[in-house]
Design a protein around this ligand. Structure first.
Ligand code: UTP
Length: 282
């Protein structure tokens, strides 16, 4: 069964400079919790407890976050402040963390290929932490794991986006096999609106079967010399089966400043305040 989840975090986060000059964008806090922790919590909820990060230079803070900080823990041990560490302690207890480096920024496809060292020869999930996905019920990865158990093939999460934004995404075309689930027949990375095969955009949640690694190796670099995961997925769709799933829940594009602020306001009201009320009663 699925156990492993890759987090490609080698990007520079240039849209958040200067904040991301010395700090990974994945460590930017959404209220009191770094962005990447939301993604890791979603993976753990989906039963994926072996977390692998594909990192780059300047990402040490992510390793330190998912590790014990003895000095701090000693300092606040037995005080009323200890409860503020509960959420990250739970994550550290429930999951294992491993790391590998993407030597050069050669695109998301290449970052996933570097992750082969961590996932080996089994199916795995991929989370792009800057897409924050929230749902009242089961999280998006949990929904996708349920589908994987049924179909045993690669699955990408998609959502409808307005035509004028479609050029920012990978876009699919497919045959709807049941409401909200398509068998992919075509996939294009960042098409101009008039060439987009649909308005269904791929967002940062994937389940991939391990044959994707050879397909990535065979994929020539596309725009900007980057190896696109979309191209390898199209090859996989043409040889076998790739599904696109219109998930239940809400996505925030935390890789952009506007999306990050929208997510911050939403999380403050709907996640942080209720959690604090619960903590006060402890
Ligand atoms: P983006 O291009 O959206 O993120 O990559 P970025 O480069 O971090 O941010 P900007 O555009 O400069 O502001 C999407 C995801 O893929 C990872 C990034 O870390 C991000 O999570 N990625 C991308 C890699 O790990 N390696 C790459 O070579 C490219």
């Amino acid at each position: 069964m699925l156990k492993k989840c890759l987090f490609p975090v080698a990007g520079y986060g240039t849209r958040f400079l200067p904040a991301t000059k010395a700090m990974p964008k994945e460590m930017l806090p959404l209220v009191n919790k770094p962005l990447v922790q939301y993604g890791v919590e979603e993976a753990i909820e989906a039963g994926l407890s072996e977390i692998g990060f594909v990192t780059g230079r300047g990402k040490r803070a992510i390793e330190d976050h998912f590790d014990t900080n003895f000095e701090l823990e000693h300092q606040i041990s037995g005080t009323g402040k200890e409860k503020y560490l509960d959420s990250v302690r739970r994550v550290i207890d429930k999951a294992s963390f491993s790391y590998t480096r993407q030597g050069e920024m050669r695109g998301l496809g290449d970052a996933i290929l570097q992750g082969q060292r961590l996932v080996g020869d089994e199916a795995f999930a991929v989370v792009l932490a800057d897409d924050l996905c929230l749902n009242d019920g089961l999280g998006v990865l949990g929904q996708m794991v349920e589908l994987y158990k049924q179909f045993r093939c690669s699955i990408v999460a998609v959502e409808e986006v307005p035509r004028e934004q479609i050029h920012k995404f990978g876009v699919i075309a497919g045959n709807e096999i049941k409401p909200g689930l398509w068998q992919v027949t075509d996939m294009v990375e960042k098409p101009p609106a008039e060439e987009a095969p649909s308005n269904m955009a791929i967002i940062g949640r994937y389940i991939l079967t391990p044959d994707i690694f050879d397909l990535i190796r065979e994929t020539p670099p596309g725009k900007n010399g980057e190896v696109q995961i979309t191209d390898a997925l199209l090859a996989q769709a043409q040889r076998g089966c790739v599904l696109a799933y219109n998930f239940k829940g809400r996505r925030f594009d935390c890789g952009s400043v506007d999306g990050f602020i929208e997510a911050t306001n939403y999380v403050y009201e709907n996640v942080y305040l209720p959690e604090q009320a619960e903590l006060e009663n402890k």
